[in-house]
Design a protein around this ligand. Structure first.
Ligand SMILES: [Zn+2]
Length: 209
C-alpha cells in the first residue's frame, strides 16, 4: 500500500464550484480587472456553490445521489433563511442608508445581490492597505452620504477604518469574517455561522442598535 502524494491530486476530478456565478471585476489596485474572488460572501452565490457540489458528487458517486440531494436541500434551506433575514431587514431601512463600508472590497457580490452601496478602503488585501489617500477618500464618501456605520474584516488592522469612523462621523460597527473561520469557540466556526454573523453585524450596525 502506497501513500497518496499530492502529485496524484492531478488525477482526481476537478470541479469549479463557482461555475454560474457572474464574476465582478476588481475596480482598482494591483488586481484591477481580475475577477473579485470573494463570491462566497453572498448567500445567493452560496446556493450556486451548493448546487454545483451536489451535482458533481452525484455524478461521481451516483449510488449516493439521494443523500447528496437531501444534504444539499437541508444546507440550502439554512442559507435561504439567512438570505431572507438580510432581505427583510434591509427593506426596513431607508434606501439612502443601505451602505456597506468595509476595509477590503470583499463584499462586492453581496452588495450587488442585495442592492447595497459599496464603500471600501482598499480593493483587495495585500494592495496598499490604509494609505492616507484611501482613508481620505473613505472619509469623504462616508461624510457626504451620511453613512451611519463602517466595518472592518477580522484579519486586517482596523485602525484606518476607526479613523474613517471618527472623522466621517460614523460608528465603528465591528468586524466581518471573510477569508477565514474562527476556532470552535469563536464567532464564525463554520461557513453558515460566518454568513449569519456578518448579516447580524451589518444589520445591527445599520439599524444603529
Ligand atoms: Zn479577501
Amino acid at each position: 500500500m502506497g501513500r497518496t502524494f499530492l502529485g496524484s491530486l492531478n488525477d482526481v476530478p476537478h470541479v469549479t464550484i463557482s461555475e454560474g456565478v457572474q464574476p465582478i471585476a476588481i475596480a482598482e489596485g494591483n488586481y484591477q480587472n481580475r475577477p473579485n474572488p470573494h463570491a462566497w460572501m453572498s448567500p445567493r452565490n452560496a446556493l450556486i456553490y451548493v448546487e454545483n457540489i451536489r451535482k458533481a458528487l452525484s455524478e461521481i458517486d451516483p449510488a449516493n445521489a439521494a443523500t447528496y440531494s437531501a444534504n444539499a436541500e437541508a444546507y440550502s434551506q439554512q442559507i435561504e433563511a439567512i438570505d431572507q433575514k438580510l432581505r427583510m431587514e434591509l427593506a426596513r431601512l431607508p434606501e439612502n442608508q443601505r451602505f456597506m463600508a468595509t476595509c477590503e472590497g470583499a463584499f462586492t457580490y453581496l452588495i450587488r445581490d442585495y442592492n447595497l452601496k459599496e464603500i471600501y478602503l482598499w480593493a483587495v488585501n495585500s494592495d496598499h492597505e490604509g494609505t492616507p489617500q484611501q482613508i481620505r477618500r473613505a472619509i469623504d464618501q462616508v461624510k457626504s452620504n451620511q453613512v451611519p456605520v463602517v466595518f472592518c474584516e477580522s484579519t486586517v488592522n482596523p485602525d484606518a477604518q476607526k479613523q474613517v469612523a471618527q472623522e466621517g462621523g460614523a460608528e465603528f460597527g465591528g468586524v466581518f469574517y471573510v477569508d477565514s473561520l474562527t476556532d470552535a469557540n469563536g464567532d464564525a466556526p463554520t461557513y453558515l455561522k460566518l454568513l449569519e454573523y456578518n448579516v447580524n453585524t451589518l444589520i445591527r450596525g445599520l439599524q444603529g442598535s
